[in-house]
Design a binder for this molecule. Structure first.
Ligand SMILES: CCCCCCCCCC/C=C\CCCCCCC/C=C/C(=O)SCCNC(=O)CCNC(=O)[C@H](O)C(C)(C)COP(=O)(O)OP(=O)(O)OC[C@H]1O[C@@H](n2cnc3c(N)ncnc32)[C@H](O)[C@@H]1OP(=O)(O)O
Ligand SMILES: Cc1cc2nc3c(=O)[nH]c(=O)nc-3n(C[C@H](O)[C@H](O)[C@H](O)COP(=O)(O)OP(=O)(O)OC[C@H]3O[C@@H](n4cnc5c(N)ncnc54)[C@H](O)[C@@H]3O)c2cc1C
Length: 664
């Protein structure tokens, strides 16, 4: 029934004020207002229509993305939107495209690695979009191993130029978004060579295409790398390849904030850590963590609303059947994902703070917190994107057969989201960076240098290695210090075991290679501890709104206890909990599920997502699922005619068995 709220009963059950929770989810009243206004604006503008994109050809989809992106830019200019509003417009437009790389990586790379002069010149063009840029780092042969890149930038003192060259097929740039068809410029990462000496990987601003007719400049071969996973999905993006044949650029197009090449060809390394050349990746990894909560919340919103609409079994005497959300199995799969969406939101807020802090310190030449910022952004990017990808797929299964329909919104969400486990650093490679950081921290314990920040707990190693969990009854698992202690002792004990095993090897690098799998597990345990501790810090702070804190507490403990349950092997093998305490945790978890159940629909309403953004028949706000599934089915081109194309060619001859005789 049109206009009827099929989920009204669910909404009436809520024990908290949804509007107050919306503010907490958004981060502030201002952030909520911006998000709410821009999402409604996008939802009602026909240019941003997206329901038809799965049926578009690649070329149609690409052109449609150009149209939307340029229209979005026009709106940003005409309505003088702020950066915050512009970013929201891009998010709710919900279509990956060249804008992401231009604003998300090209501009930040110039800001972070360009001199004042270079920034003035290039940012004034880029900020007006008079040039369009991308981030060309990855090559056909090397992505994770940045130091293994092969493209060269050789200084020619005769002409005061760098010669950009791709010496092998594997040195071809391969993957950069926006490169394939749109970008006029790129920040290209290449090995700097002066006077025959290789100084490692540096960034260069390179013009790729003519600003008059968009043709590639002589010496440049460029194109799109082809279709990717899924229909629609990330295929709106022109991920590209690029080869240089002795292509020349002026010397002042090397990004020279961190190190310089003089007119004479002298290389001057500055005294800042060389890893600052990776700074753009660190900044994007930080934003990816907040985006993980967005994507997971979207999937959870669809699965929760549909689970409240869907009924199976349990009817007595022809009465009403059971809502599938009432099955404990459904709750055990769904509610930890709901809790994870909130957990990632809050850890994302904290990571933004950490990133802002380290950026300010770097400006004052204070590099002390750089290793921690790298470990946190890398580890949390890895952990949250892996959990979100798995979570979206779980939400699809939670919606049964209908979850597999394109119009559920879940297949496309998964296809667009899952490469986040790979881009900006493969998730395993990133956890190994965390593991290196942890091993270093452990090796310094007892040296007088107290671990700080997210590793401060390691400073209490003596206690954490000996303590036994004090949990005696199920409710003890609602005690923040008991939960934290279990996670801290698990993380510390896993890290120390790795360090002990490493020390048995004469060659540390060889030992590291042997123990990779254990090291990744230890790194994940550390990252999970960070997320749990930031969620606990959130619920222990001031939270306004009727009933809101209670809901967040429930979600926080669901998040922690489901992790405990999922990684029970770690907790038991490190003696961080006993089997009896683990079973008390399961008991507590079931009780928390019952408390969340009446609030579940309201908790996903708090995300404030429009039906346009959700793009899902199953997740509609009004829950009017079945008639809309029919409407969607009837829109399919196969239903344009009653008798399909191909009937006379194939079906009829088959049925009548009158096809021409086969010849072998
Ligand atoms: C008004 C606007 C309107 C328009 C609005 C539009 C707005 C759009 C906004 C969109 C926002 C965001 C955009 C998101 C879009 C995402 C799209 C996705 C695009 C994807 C892009 C990419 O994938 S780019 C390529 C990414 N590549 C990688 O991530 C490569 C991964 N590999 C590495 O990072 C390194 O090679 C690795 C770290 C693995 C190893 O490096 P290496 O140099 O070999 O180092 P090691 O020897 O291992 O370590 C040496 C020491 O260095 C330390 N270290 C390493 N990395 C860092 C670092 N980054 N920072 C600090 N320190 C680092 C390491 O820990 C070692 O330390 P030690 O003390 O010596 O042990
Ligand atoms: C959709 C998408 C968009 C992208 N956009 C851009 C872009 O705009 N610009 C850009 O420059 N790049 C971009 N990339 C490239 C991306 O950054 C790389 O694909 C990514 O860094 C992973 O590198 P790789 O492909 O070399 O993987 P590989 O490193 O080859 O990984 C293959 C396997 O090897 C494992 N592995 C690798 N090294 C180790 C190790 N040391 N120890 C243990 N296991 C290891 C990995 O875990 C993985 O299982 C994009 C990629 C995708 C998918």
């Amino acid at each position: 029934m049109e206009g009827v709220d099929h989920l009204a009963d669910e909404r009436n059950k809520a024990e908290f004020n949804v509007d107050d929770m919306k503010i907490i989810w958004a981060g502030s009243r201002h952030a909520f207002d911006v998000s709410n206004r821009i999402s409604r604006f996008v939802a009602t503008d026909p240019v941003f229509e997206k329901s038809n994109r799965a049926l578009m050809t690649r070329k149609e989809l690409f052109k449609n993305t150009l149209k939307k992106s340029v229209y979005a830019w026009k709106i940003i200019k005409e309505l003088r939107l702020s950066d915050e509003e512009g970013i929201k417009l891009r998010i709710f437009m919900d279509q990956p495209g060249f804008l992401d790389l231009h604003w998300g990586m090209f501009v930040p790379a110039i800001k972070g690695q360009g001199t004042e002069e270079q920034q003035q010149k290039w940012l004034s063009l880029a900020n007006k979009m008079q040039i369009i840029g991308c981030y060309a780092q990855t090559e056909l042969g090397h992505g994770s191993n940045v130091q293994g890149l092969e493209t060269t930038a050789t200084f020619d003192p005769k002409t005061d130029q760098f010669i950009m060259h791709s010496p092998t097929q594997t040195s071809s740039k391969w993957w950069p978004g926006g490169l394939g068809k749109v970008s006029t410029h790129a920040v290209v990462y290449a090995r700097l060579i002066t006077n025959g000496k290789d100084h490692g990987v540096h960034g260069f601003i390179v013009q790729l295409r003519s600003l008059d007719d968009h043709s590639p400049l002589p010496g440049i071969t460029i194109g799109d790398i082809g279709m990717k996973f899924g229909n629609g999905a990330y295929n709106s993006m022109d991920n590209g390849f690029l080869m240089f044949n002795q292509f020349r650029i002026p010397r002042d197009q090397m990004l020279m904030r961190l190190s310089k090449v003089t007119r004479e060809g002298k290389y001057i390394a500055s005294d800042v850590p060389r890893q600052l050349v990776y700074g753009t990746m660190v900044s994007v990894r930080q934003t990816i963590v907040s985006k993980a909560s967005d994507a997971l919340a979207r999937a959870v919103c669809i699965a929760t609303r549909y689970s409240a609409v869907r009924r199976q079994f349990g009817s007595e005497n022809g009465g009403i059947e059971t809502q599938v959300i009432d099955y404990k199995t459904q709750q055990n799969r769904l509610f930890p994902l709901l809790a994870s969406a909130y957990a990632f939101r809050f850890v994302g807020e904290w990571l933004k703070w950490l990133y802002t802090d380290v950026t300010q310190r770097l400006e004052a030449s204070d590099f002390v917190t750089l290793p921690e910022a790298h470990a946190c952004t890398a580890g949390l990017k890895s952990m949250t994107t892996s959990a979100t990808s798995d979570g979206i797929e779980e939400c699809r299964k939670l919606c049964g057969g209908h979850g597999y329909l394109w119009c559920s919104g879940l297949p496309e969400l998964f296809a667009v989201y899952v490469p986040a486990c790979t881009y900006e650093g493969d998730n395993v490679v990133l956890q190994l960076q965390v593991a290196r950081f942890l091993m270093k921290t452990v090796s310094q314990l007892g040296s007088g240098k107290a671990p700080a920040g997210t590793t401060a707990y390691m400073g209490r190693a003596q206690h954490l290695l000996q303590c036994r969990s004090g949990v005696q009854k199920a409710e003890d698992w609602l005690n923040p210090s008991m939960v934290l202690e279990a996670f801290e002792s698990r993380a510390l004990r896993m890290a120390i075991t790795c360090a002990k095993n490493l020390s048995k090897f004469e060659n540390q690098e060889q030992g590291f290679s042997e123990l990779l799998a254990d090291l990744v597990e230890a790194a994940i345990a550390h990252c999970q501890l960070i997320v749990v501790s930031k969620f606990i810090a959130k619920i222990e702070g001031e939270i306004e709104g009727k009933g809101v804190k209670k809901q967040l507490k429930n979600l926080c403990y669901i998040y922690a206890l489901h992790l405990l349950h999922k990684h029970l092997g770690d907790f038991l093998s490190t003696n961080s909990v006993t089997p009896e305490q683990a079973s008390l945790a399961s008991h507590q978890l079931r009780s928390l599920y019952s408390q969340v159940r009446p609030n579940a629909v309201a908790l996903v309403d708090a995300f404030d997502y429009t039906d346009h953004y959700l793009g899902s028949v199953l997740g509609r706000y009004d829950g009017n699922v079945y008639p809309k599934l029919f409407e969607e089915a009837l829109k399919d081109p196969l239903n344009d005619s009653v008798v399909p194309d191909g009937y006379h060619e194939y079906i009829r001859p088959l049925i009548k068995q009158n096809f021409p005789s086969a010849k072998l």
